[in-house]
Design a protein around this ligand. Sequence first.
Ligand SMILES: C[S@@+](CC[C@H](N)C(=O)[O-])C[C@H]1O[C@@H](n2cnc3c(N)ncnc32)[C@H](O)[C@@H]1O
Length: 326
Amino acid sequence: MTVDSDEIVIDVHLTTQDPAVVREEIRNGLLSSPRVLPTKYLYDDRGTELFEQICKLPEYYQTRTEFQILATYADRIVACSNANELVELGSGAATKTRVLLDAMDRADQLNYYVPFDVSEGIVRRVSQELSEEYTDLHIHGVVGDFLAHLEHIPDGGKRLVVFLGGTIGNLDDVVGPAFLSSVNEEMASGDYFLLSVQFVTEVNRLEAAYNDSKGVTAEFNKNMISVMQKLVRADFDPDAFDHVARYNHADSRIEIFLRSNKRQTVMFQDLDLKLALEEGEEIRTEISTKYDRKRVEHLLANAKFELVEWYADSEELLGLALAKKP
Ligand SMILES: C[S@@+](CC[C@H](N)C(=O)[O-])C[C@H]1O[C@@H](n2cnc3c(N)ncnc32)[C@H](O)[C@@H]1O
């Protein structure tokens, strides 16, 4: 645990991860069919910076839509939950979070904020920024993997746990439900959970959001290559891969790949792995599932949440489900 100041405490749990487990996870992914790399590795400091740029792109309708929904319903969400502690999983730059913090402040309910993210740099930056913006706010940052370290969410007051940015869509049909159940287990009875989901919409709009004209999403995707160069000493050449993002109708999700643009062998020194790739062969780096209300209601019920209210924009591009642990 690091105590940064009277108002800020940051716990770092990633360093406790066994390097052998990390290597095994990457190795297994690369050798599976389809080949995959864990999405969380997209978010080192550079990746987080690029994701912040993506959120401002005209094609990336998701962030501004979610911002508008939050701005419309934040007071209602805060009143319903009666929470004095905001726990944010995958908090990133916490830009939209300010809308909820402001509403808690207005209701005189703002005591604690817990940003939880795999990216240490962003947890530290956001903690510092928010402690300057909100006087008397206690911040307890957690640097960890929300698929492995949820039990490290600090004990606190009456909680509103939020999972914004449609991040649930990055988790597949097995991991997503298990993750929601773990979140539920970490909450106390009467705590609230706010889940953001992106709805199925026209394919053109969806695919444009991940193929922006400035190429920022392509750079974000290719950042995986530099992360792998550092993390497992891969001799990955960024110029030998293209960014590909397309909608998979059967699974209602955008899938993002690094596609090998030539026949090549990539050496992963720390994995003792020589990966032979054909021209056109793909490694999946991210999925982003798009939902409908029924599917989300089913997910929440299976994780033992009770749905309280739905909020959405007029075009039904995005929804926020407010649920409660009974
Ligand atoms: C899609 S972004 C959303 C960021 C922010 N919540 C928003 O709405 O703009 C996903 C965030 O989750 C974090 N993240 C991804 N996988 C994670 C994991 N396994 N554990 C903890 N954080 C993770 C990333 O670092 C990133 O900040």
